[in-house]
Write a protein that binds this ligand. Structure first.
Ligand code: ADP
Ligand code: MG
Length: 288
């Protein structure tokens, strides 16, 4: 079966920023986290997938279909959440739902009402009166109420309190229990992904650094600490980045299986968090 989402050689140029040859693939049945610092190109990539921006090159397929030629069908089958608000501010939650529902073939009013209750969203409040977290919950309720096969979300956890965030993560996990579905979501809160993501795609400055199963990342990279004296030029080349202070160094090594060749002893090895990995990759330039 065709992958649920396939991006190949995607290009987009803005003045002062470019997405360069973005490629990654998400198969059905999995959650992919899309991570990268602010300004890395996450929202731009997502807008291109949703055909809200015009690409300069490359190919995007959703459910095996070209995202522009089959835009209407695809959007019916996607639940999407953006980091910006795309609703009419003057309408109430219930009125906005009446505008949105007819746009979807498989709208499920029962599911929507359940989410309103679960998220404590008052139907008669105007969108503009909702807090950022409540607007996010409203977007989520809409995205989850039309039997979407693929959820695409831009920073869905930002602005949510920890309890709702954890509820959302549970909901996403339950969505993919049905092995036919997929979830693609961007975030800079990487701790969300430690729990639920199967794949991580990491973008920095418009380039994909890696896109792979989460477990492969921890199989490959390691965080190392030790005294500065044991670092030399050839050892330094094995690191993505090194931080030094007067007590010693800490660094991220590219291939932890090389460690026993590099050091005899005197080092402490740890599993890096996704945050560590993101930080070392994005600070890399300062360390050369
Ligand atoms: P992220 O979502 O990862 O924080 P974005 O995709 O929003 O990053 O932005 C990536 C870069 O592209 C930023 O430098 C941003 O200023 C720039 N950018 C985004 N949208 C536009 C636009 N419509 N016109 C010009 N530059 C843009
Ligand atoms: Mg963004």
């Amino acid at each position: 079966m065709a992958p649920i989402l396939e991006v190949k050689g995607l290009k987009k140029e803005f003045k002062g920023f470019a997405l360069k040859n973005i490629s990654f693939t998400l198969e059905r049945g999995y959650i992919m986290g899309f991570i990268g610092p602010n300004g890395a190109g996450k929202s731009t990539t997502i807008k291109l997938i949703m055909n809200l921006l015009k690409k300069d090159g490359g190919e995007i397929k959703v459910f095996g279909l070209d995202n522009i030629k089959h835009e209407k069908e695809i959007k019916n089958r996607i639940g999407f959440v953006f980091d910006e608000n795309y609703f009419y501010e003057e309408l109430t939650v219930a009125e906005m739902k009446r505008v949105i529902a007819p746009l979807y073939k498989n709208w499920d009013d029962g599911a929507f009402n359940r989410y309103l209750k679960e998220f404590s969203l008052p139907p008669d409040k105007k969108i503009k009166e909702l807090s950022k977290g409540m607007k996010m919950k409203f977007s989520l309720a809409v995205a989850l109420s039309h039997n979407a096969e693929l959820l695409i979300m831009d920073e869905p956890t930002s602005g949510l309190d920890p309890i709702i965030r954890s509820e959302l993560l549970d909901i996403l996990t339950s969505v993919i229990q049905d092995e036919n579905k997929g979830v693609f979501f961007s975030t800079h809160i990487t701790s969300d992904l430690d729990k639920i993501a199967d794949y991580i795609t990491f973008i920095n400055d418009g380039r994909i650094i890696f896109s792979c199963p989460k477990d492969d990342i921890f199989e490959k990279y390691a965080l190392v600490r030790g005294p500065k004296e044991i670092l030399n030029t050839s050892i330094r080349q094995h690191f993505i980045g090194i931080k030094e202070n007067r007590f010693g160094f800490e660094g991220l090594v590219k291939d932890k299986h090389q460690l026993n060749k590099m050091f005899k002893d005197g080092i402490v090895i740890d599993k890096p968090s996704l945050d560590d990995i993101m930080l070392y990759f994005t600070r890399r330039v300062q360390n050369v």
